[in-house]
Ligand binder design. Structure first.
Ligand code: COA
Length: 260
């Protein structure tokens, strides 16, 4: 299966999905979101598959939504459909039959963190850096990010991290329940491989039933389905003058940091 911004592969019971724009820290453009959604459906067509590792090439997992597209005011001619692409991507990943393991290094920001949250298990390096800057960028956290975070780390910490936009460490993410393992950079691949090997050895039917059952219970506890309206929050923010000013100031700060 060929894509422009991601790479996918299958070998026996193991699949891989790699975000593949390392020079830009694997931003999630609308095209990338649609490619991930299509890849999730493609993986589902392979009934032998047990585990899919989701990773980002280069020095970071993902720097989140593609801000070059954001700065340009969108990249398609159907704004509602474009704004919905992140929610559909996260749902497609979460609903995959195979167990997904996010392999996280470097930056894991905003929408990148939502992608990781849509995976079943998460392994990160102790040097990974997490942040959710959406509110500073003048948009609400969308793509079903709020219910997924509430589910994993609870409402109070979700509110704090999303409202303050402060960076948080792998250790904090692990103790809050967001990460399954935090390891030294040099041990990341070995740890993911060991986890994948353990999962792949399990009887497939029982393994995948456990994922489906846990997802069904989680969905009853904290539904991500209601986030169908996240796209409307994004579109609303794009029309709010204070949010527009915040976005312009944020983008200027990112550029200024890069220039300095
Ligand atoms: N969308 C598009 N391109 C991005 C990006 C994003 N979200 N994040 C980084 N990039 C690009 C940069 O433009 C730069 O490209 P260039 O070398 O062609 O100029 C490249 O990735 C490296 O980024 P840089 O800022 O130099 O890396 P850094 O290690 O100094 O900083 C971040 C990393 C993540 C702190 C910084 O890139 C950043 O703040 N990015 C924006 C994050 C964001 O707001 N995401 C949206 C969340 S909703």
């Amino acid at each position: 299966m060929e894509f422009d911004t991601i790479e996918v592969g299958i070998e026996g019971r193991l699949g891989t999905l790699s975000l593949n724009r390392p020079d830009k820290l694997n931003p999630l453009s609308t095209r990338t979101l649609r490619e991930i959604e299509a890849a999730a459906r493609w993986f589902d067509a392979h009934s032998d598959l047990c585990v899919v590792v989701v990773s980002g090439r280069g020095r970071s997992f993902s720097a989140g939504a593609d801000i070059s597209v954001f700065a340009a005011g969108g990249d398609g001619d159907d704004p509602r459909d474009d704004a919905d692409a992140g929610w559909r991507m996260a749902r497609a990943v979460e609903e995959m039959r195979a167990v997904t393991v996010a392999r996280i290094q470097g930056w894991c920001v905003g929408g990148g963190l939502v992608l990781a949250a849509a995976c079943d298990l998460r392994v990160a390096t102790d040097t990974a850096r997490f942040s959710i800057p959406e509110v500073e960028l003048g948009i609400p956290l969308a793509w079903g990010g709020i219910p997924r975070l509430v589910r994993e780390i609870g409402p109070a910490l979700t509110k704090e991290l999303v409202m303050t936009c402060r960076e948080f460490s792998p250790d904090e993410a692990a103790s809050a329940g967001f990460l399954n393992r935090v390891v030294a950079e040099e041990n990341l691949d070995a740890t993911v491989e060991e986890l994948v090997a353990t999962l792949s050895r399990m009887p497939k039917m029982a393994l995948l039933a456990t994922k489906a059952h846990t997802n069904a219970v989680s969905e009853t506890m904290v539904s991500t389905g209601r986030s169908w309206s996240d796209a409307d929050g994004l579109i609303g923010a794009l029309h709010d003058p204070e949010c527009r000013d915040a976005a312009a100031a944020y983008l200027e700060r990112v550029l200024a940091r890069r220039r300095s």
